[in-house]
Structure formats: structure tokens, C-alpha cells
Design a protein around this ligand. Sequence first.
Ligand code: GDP
Ligand code: MG
Length: 301
Amino acid sequence: MGFFDKLKKGLGKTKTSFDEKINNVFSNFKKVDEEFLEELEEALIMSDIGVDTSIKIIENLRKKIKKENIKDDEEVKEALRNEMKIMLDEIDNSLHLETKPSVILVVGVNGVGKTTSIGKVANRLKKDGKKVVVAAADTFRAAAVEQLEIWSKRSGAEIVKRKEGSDPASVVYDAIKKTKEIDADVLIVDTAGRLHNKQYLMDELRKIKKVIDKEMQEYSQEILLVIDGTTGQNAISQVKAFKQETDVTGLILTKLDGTAKGGVVIGIVQENKIPVKFIGVGEQIDDMEIFNSEDFVRAII
Ligand SMILES: Nc1nc2c(ncn2[C@@H]2O[C@H](COP(=O)(O)OP(=O)(O)O)[C@@H](O)[C@H]2O)c(=O)[nH]1
Ligand SMILES: [Mg+2]
């Protein structure tokens, strides 16, 4: 199954899926009028896109319908896809790893897929001929270090670790040193599932950031927030919480092969001006893709 099929299958899975709400509006389609546009707006809001973004999409759609005298439902669908694509393309979603070395700090709450995504990203970078180091700065549980170790073996990345309970910022310090020593291209830092109401975990994140800022000041830095695509509205509060603490440069949206609520992505990107850089579509090492807005809107509508 190709990436597009996996994505489509995942996004179409739930009964309350994006797909279904929008398609319901289109299956009751009679003509393009205010009533139809209102129904469509409601369906967008219910699909986790967010109120402001939904209103904006419909506003733009209304203008386009008028300007191009659109009457046909298929044409409306295509115009709707296009409006969503425009919003997703507003922000540059390329990965900025211009310097050698560069660093990717990976953050997010527990279980969203940080460690798995790191394995997948490391693997992609290795395939591109890059030398990769991963830092096991989730020192909270021994299992977390072991899990990253498995992924580092799979992807062929070097791992820097300390024993369970060590200071995460110190692990990052060691890892930066190692990265420079072996002349690696990219350092990827795994972190603990810092619940945003646990202040000490956020403090820990700040300490890690401080080490990176100090030791890798002149190098490219990405801070990728991992979001579980199945969590819908909850994802929005996670983005808000992490944005407050650190300069998130991009999102990794995982589990889009599961019962995903993909609509939330459009609202998050539009309202936070944070791009999606990768999407996870499974548990295997190759189940990650660079985010493509065209594929994405075609999969959800
Ligand atoms: N189906 C699916 N499962 C995923 C994906 N990414 C991660 N997972 C699973 O989610 C669970 C938690 O992942 P993990 O990387 O340990 O999350 P972390 O706590 O954020 O580091 C694991 O069982 C992973 O296999 C994905 O894209 N699709
Ligand atoms: Mg982890």
C-alpha cells in the first residue's frame, strides 16, 4: 500500500471522519447558495479545523465561487481543496539543516511517537548520506533509552546515553561533544514526555535548550513538536503549551494511518503559523513522509 492509500485509509477510518461530514454536505448538494456554504462551514468546524480557520476558508471559497461563477459540486470540492492547500502552503515546510552539524530537538507529550519518529528521521537522513547522532535525553525511564537504542541500530545512527535518572541536559551536552568529535551532520535529541502541567518537565526542556543554544549557537536548529494525529482538539492545546515554552519550528504529525482526525492540521498550521514537516503513517522505519499539502487535501476530501 502506498503512502497516499495509507493516509487515505487512516483518515477515512472513523465514523466521525472529516471525509464523512464534508461528504454528507456534498451528497445533499442542490445548488451553491448561502445555505450550502453555511452547512459546509459547520462541517469544517466540526471536523476540528477550528472556527476562525473554517470561517476564513468559507470566505475565500465564497469569493472564488462568485468570481469564477462556480455551480457544479465537483468544482466546489476542487475549490475547497485548493483553499485548504493555499493555507497549508503559506508556511515553508522544508527542514532547515543547512549547517554541519545541525540539531533537531524533538518534543511532545508521552506516547505521541517522538522516539519512533526520531528513528524514522534518522533513517531518512542516513539514506541521504548523512552521519547522524541521537541523544537519549529521555532519561526518565530505562526503557526509553533502550527503545532509542533499538532505533539507532535500525537506522545506523550513533547513540549517546547515560544511565536512567541522569540529567537530560548533561546527556545533550555529551551528545553535542560527540557530534563535533566524529564530525557528524545532524544531532537528534529525544526528550521525555513532558506533560505541560508538570512544571519541572518544562524546566528540564528549558535547560536542554540552553545547552543547545550555548554549544551550537552558530548552527541550524529545528525544534519539532510531535503531535498524535488521532487526538483531534487536544492537539491544539498541546501546540499552545509547547509554543509558550519553546520556539517550535515545525510539527511531526503521527499515526495518520490510524483513526486520524486530520482536519485539525489545517487549523494548527493556519492559527499558529507552524508548518508540518513530516507525517507518520505506521510503526515501521519507512512509514514516514515529508508533508505534501496536495496529497493531504486529496486524502481528506
Ligand atoms: N500506527 C502508528 N503508530 C505509531 C506511529 N508513530 C508512533 N507510533 C506508535 O506509538 C507508540 C508510542 O510511540 P513512541 O515513539 O514510544 O512515543 P513517545 O513516547 O513520544 O516517544 C508506539 O507503539 C509506536 O509504535 C505512526 O505513525 N503510526
Ligand atoms: Mg520516547
